[in-house]
Design a protein around this ligand. Structure first.
Ligand code: ATP
Ligand code: MG
Length: 303
């Protein structure tokens, strides 16, 4: 019992302490909710989410990763850690937000989705109130929430994407990954033409290849959807990534000098620079941050 209380105190303390000047400006706002997705599976979402989280944390942001990739406990495996509780226990009101937050590396916290996403559709009013009040606490305790969604166009993935403030779409140069990525963009903007979609090209063999992929995606989006994508960054094929995966460690921690780490650090800087969660941008009636996110998410389930 004391153990539990101590753990909660430590989590709150850590989240509050990771608070340098860059955060101070950030933390007055609602937390930024960023979903990482892809059309095709296996393109690098989980690696990017975890290492981007670490890079943002190193810049002083308080980061929580929400793993909503159902079925496979991806993040747990990548971090070599297992979580005791998941979103399921939070939704059922059996555990509070602090109890489902697990400690990741470099002060990053994470929450495993478990099958909780499926349960969202079946909540009653009091469960929703409980969930929202727990989640709202995150707004005060973190600056960024990164959501690792599953691949592909399923209803739950789309709900998470539409509820987030911005979407990072990961693709590789493989034609199927590009085509599936494009299909994903199409689905997103059919629902909301104002969504911010930023593209990450992963596992390319050269910068030239990165540019080709971006040209293709940007061109078809503009031409056929009249939609302007944004560039987020790229990571070339880097064996440090697969080597780190085998060690169940984030690549940026075991290979801090690798190309992949340099590029993920650049992406973190880009994200911090163009904080699209600024006051002017966010006019959605549901509001900002994590409260807004859950309000939109539950709305998409007709709740
Ligand atoms: N830049 C890279 N260079 C080399 N290998 C990479 C790179 N990025 C990812 N990989 C490899 O691709 C594999 C899949 O990556 P990851 O698990 O992050 O993809 P994912 O999109 O989350 O997959 P899923 O759709 O199954 O959740 C990793 O195990 C890693 O070995
Ligand atoms: Mg994954």
């Amino acid at each position: 019992m004391n153990d539990q209380a101590e753990k909660l105190r430590n989590i709150v303390k850590n989240l509050k302490e990771n608070n340098n000047s860059e955060v101070n400006a950030e933390s007055k706002k609602a937390a930024r909710v960023i979903a990482v997705t892809s059309g095709k599976g296996g393109v690098g979402k989980t690696n990017i989410t975890v290492n981007l989280g670490i890079a943002l944390s190193k810049r002083g942001l308080r980061v929580v990763i929400l793993d909503v990739d159902l079925g496979l406990a991806n993040i747990d495996i990548l971090l070599g850690k297992s979580t005791r509780y998941t979103l399921v226990e939070l939704i059922r009101g059996e555990r509070n937000i602090f109890e489902v937050l697990a400690d990741g590396p470099d002060n990053v916290k994470f929450i495993s989705g478990g099958s909780g996403v499926d349960e969202l559709a079946q909540l009653d009013k009091s469960q929703i109130d409980n969930l929202v009040s727990n989640i709202a606490l995150l707004d005060k305790l973190c600056d960024v929430i990164l959501i690792d969604t599953g691949a592909g166009i399923s209803n739950s993935v789309i709900s998470f994407l539409m509820a987030a403030d911005e979407v990072l779409l990961v693709t590789t140069p493989e034609p199927t990954a590009i085509t599936d990525g494009y299909a994903m963009i199409k689905t997103i903007i059919r629902k909301d033409r104002h969504k911010i979609v930023k593209v990450i090209v992963n596992k390319a063999d050269s910068i030239r290849e990165v540019e080709d992929v971006l040209d293709k995606l940007f061109m078809v989006s503009e031409r056929f959807l009249s939609f302007e994508l944004e560039k987020m960054g790229y990571i070339l094929n880097d064996e440090c990534v697969s080597k780190a995966v085998k060690q169940q460690k984030p690549f940026s921690l075991v290979y801090p000098k690798s190309h992949a780490t340099y590029q993920i650090t650049q992406m973190a800087a880009t994200l911090l620079h163009d904080d699209s969660n600024s006051d002017e941008d966010n006019t959605n009636v549901h509001g900002k941050g994590i409260r807004g996110f859950f309000s939109r998410l539950l709305g998409s389930y007709g709740i």
